[in-house]
Design a protein around this ligand. Structure first.
Ligand SMILES: Cc1cc2nc3c(=O)[nH]c(=O)nc-3n(C[C@H](O)[C@H](O)[C@H](O)COP(=O)(O)O)c2cc1C
Length: 354
C-alpha cells in the first residue's frame, strides 16, 4: 500500500548521520511496542528527542502482504528522522518488508530488532534469538541494506544469559549497520536488575560505529554519565507520560502542572485523530495514567478514560485544571491535530517488549 500522503516533499528520506546527531546532543526515543506510535513520537521529538524509533513490525507479516505493520509504523505527515524497526528471522523477508515500508513511508533508516526476548518472537527465530547466529543476523542487515537506499541500524542486548554481544555486534557492523543500540541487560534478565553501562561501553570500544546505550536513563545525571562514556543514549520507559523528559535531559526545567495537562490533552486528541475516533482511547490509558502519576494523582480515573470528556473531567476533579482553559491551551505544543493514520490498525498488537 502506498501512503496516501507520501509525496516526496512531505517525508525526509535522509537524516543527519548518527555521529552528527550524537554530537548535537539529546537522547533518542527508544522503540516500545504499543507506545512509540506517531502521536507519541511527535511529542518526543518536539521536546528534543534526537530521533525516534517506531515499535517493532513483523517483517514476515509485511512480506506476506499483511498491512497491520503499516499502521504500527506509519509516520505522520512531516515527520522527520523516523527510524522504523523490523523484527525478522530471514534475509529475504526482511528485504521485502523494508522495500514495502520504504515505498510507503520513506523512513530515514531501518532498525533490526535483535533484543526482544518474548517467546512469540524468539520462537520465529527473531529478536534476541538472532544473537545466537551472527551469520544470519549479518545476512539480514546486508539484505535490508541492499534493498533500500537508507541506513540500517541494529538494537540488541548484552547477550542471552551473559554479556557476550561482541561477536554478533562486530558481524552486523561488518554487514553494514551504521549504528548499534544496546540495552544493557541480557535476555535472561528481561527488565530485572540494573542496566550494565560498563558492559555497553566495553562493546562500544570494540566497534567503530556509534553505540547508543539503553536502560534506566531517567534524568539529566543518568544522561550525562552515559555521554561522558562517549555513548549515545536512548530513553524508553522514563518517557511514558513524560515526553518532556528529553528537554529535562538537556537541562530544561520540569513542566508546570498546566503544561502536563496541556501535553496529555494534546496527546489524547492526536491519538483520537490518528486512530479515527474516541474508541481508540483505551489504548492510551497506560500513558494517561502515567501523566496523572507525574502530578501525584491517583491512576484510577485515568485508566477508565473512554472519551475526551472523561479525561477533561479527570483533570478537573484531580487537580482543578481544565484542559480547555485558555492558559492551559496556550501551552499546547502544536496547533494542529494529527490527521487519520493512513493505514488501518486492526487490533491492538500484543505488547512485545524487548
Ligand atoms: C513496553 C515496552 C515495549 C518495548 N518494545 C520494544 C520494541 O518494540 N523494540 C525494541 O527494540 N525494544 C523494545 N523495548 C525495549 C526498550 O526499547 C528499552 O531498550 C528498554 O525498555 C530499556 O530502556 P529503559 O530503561 O529506558 O526503559 C520495549 C520496552 C518496553 C518497556
Amino acid at each position: 500500500m502506498r501512503h496516501p500522503a507520501a509525496d516526496p516533499g512531505r517525508y525526509t528520506r535522509a537524516m543527519p548521520p548518527f555521529e552528527t546527531l550524537l554530537a548535537a546532543g539529546g537522547a533518542a526515543l527508544a522503540p516500545m511496542a504499543g507506545y512509540t506510535d506517531a502521536p507519541f513520537r511527535r511529542l518526543a521529538r518536539h521536546y528534543g528527542a534526537a530521533w525516534a524509533v517506531s515499535e517493532m513490525v513483523s517483517a514476515r507479516a509485511l512480506a506476506l502482504g499483511d498491512d497491520t505493520g503499516l499502521a504500527i509504523s506509519a509516520p505522520h505527515p512531516g515527520e522527520r528522522s523516523v527510524v522504523l524497526q523490523l523484527f525478522a528471522g530471514d534475509p529475504a523477508e526482511a528485504a521485502a518488508a523494508a522495500r514495502r515500508l520504504h515505498a510507503a513511508f520513506a523512513p530515514a533508516a531501518f532498525d533490526l530488532n535483535m533484543g526482544c526476548p518474548v517467546r512469540k518472537v524468539v520462537q520465529r527465530g527473531c529478536g534476541v534469538e538472532l544473537m545466537r547466529d551472527p551469520g544470519r543476523a549479518a545476512a539480514i542487515v546486508a539484505a535490508i541494506d541492499a534493498a533500500v537506499p537508507v541506513p540500517v541500524t541494529v538494537k540488541t542486548r548484552l547477550g542471552l544469559d551473559r554479556a557476550a554481544a561482541r561477536e554478533v555486534v562486530a558481524a552486523v557492523v561488518a554487514a553494514g549497520a551504521v549504528a548499534v543500540a544496546i540495552h544493557g541487560r541480557t535476555a535472561a534478565q528481561k527488565y530485572g536488575g540494573e542496566a550494565d553501562w560498563d558492559a555497553i561501553a566495553e562493546i562500544a570500544a570494540a566497534v567503530d560505529v556509534p553505540v547508543i546505550g539503553s536502560g534506566d536513563v531517567a534524568d539529566a545525571r543518568d544522561y550525562q554519565r552515559a555521554r561522558a562514556r562517549g555513548l549515545g543514549v536512548m530513553v524508553a520507559r522514563a518517557a511514558l507520560g513524560r515526553p518532556w523528559v528529553f528537554r529535562e535531559l538537556l537541562g530544561g526545567g520540569a513542566p508546570s502542572p498546566e503544561e502536563v495537562v496541556a501535553v496529555s490533552w494534546r496527546h489524547a486528541r492526536d491519538h483520537v485523530g490518528w486512530y479515527g475516533g474516541e474508541r481508540a482511547l483505551p489504548r492510551l490509558r497506560v500513558q494517561l495514567a502515567a501523566y496523572a502519576e507525574r502530578l501525584g494523582l491517583d491512576r484510577g480515573p485515568f485508566v477508565r478514560v473512554a472519551a475526551l470528556d472523561h479525561l477533561a473531567d479527570a483533570w478537573r476533579a484531580g487537580i482543578g485544571i481544565d484542559p480547555a482553559d485558555p492558559r492551559v491551551a496556550a501551552l499546547d505544543p502544536f496547533r494542529d491535530t494529527l490527521p487519520r493514520c493512513p493505514a488501518p490498525r486492526r487490533r491492538r498488537q500484543r505488547q512485545l517488549a524487548a
